[in-house]
Design a protein around this ligand. Structure first.
Ligand SMILES: [Zn+2]
Ligand SMILES: [Zn+2]
Ligand SMILES: [Zn+2]
Length: 146
């Protein structure tokens, strides 16, 4: 077996953490893929106390500790009732989701949900995702009624 060492044809290795195929370059010469290498760096920072008082939303350990606040939209009770009423009428009229989303954004400042690109959704062995928790597969601000 001959491996050619040049920028375009790096020998493939398996990431030590997520077992995806990667190249030694991706993880700065470690046996990690770029993503796991990045997360390992964040975990080091976390363990050194660099996230104390300033949680990093990308850091898996901050997420686990629950110190990263989920994005929220706050809304007065009457306004939330208007929103629910609008959605119920729109659904009854079989309004297209795109139109409902555009209306919610314009009238209520609620951004549409986005597909979560968390690693968990590409891996059948992971059944929790810190990025979109508690929703599964969708991220976006939660609505908090005040
Ligand atoms: Zn990895
Ligand atoms: Zn952290
Ligand atoms: Zn997710």
């Amino acid at each position: 077996m001959s491996a050619r060492f040049n920028g375009h044809n790096q020998p493939k290795i398996r990431c030590n953490v997520c077992h995806k195929l990667t190249t030694p370059n991706a993880g700065g010469g470690t046996d990690l893929c770029a993503k796991c290498y990045h997360e390992a760096g964040l975990e080091n920072e976390h363990q050194d106390g660099e996230h104390k008082g300033a949680p990093n939303p990308e850091c898996p350990m901050c997420k686990e500790a629950g110190t990263v606040e989920p994005k929220e939209v706050t809304m007065a009770r009457g306004r939330a009732a208007d929103l629910i009423d609008y959605v119920r009428v729109a659904l009854a009229n079989r309004t297209l989701p795109d139109i409902i989303e555009a209306h919610l954004k314009d009238q209520f400042g609620v951004e549409p949900l986005k597909r979560c690109d968390g690693e968990a959704h590409g891996n059948a062995h992971i059944d929790n995702c810190g990025t979109c928790m508690p929703r599964w597969g969708w991220t976006g601000p939660r609505i908090k009624v005040t």
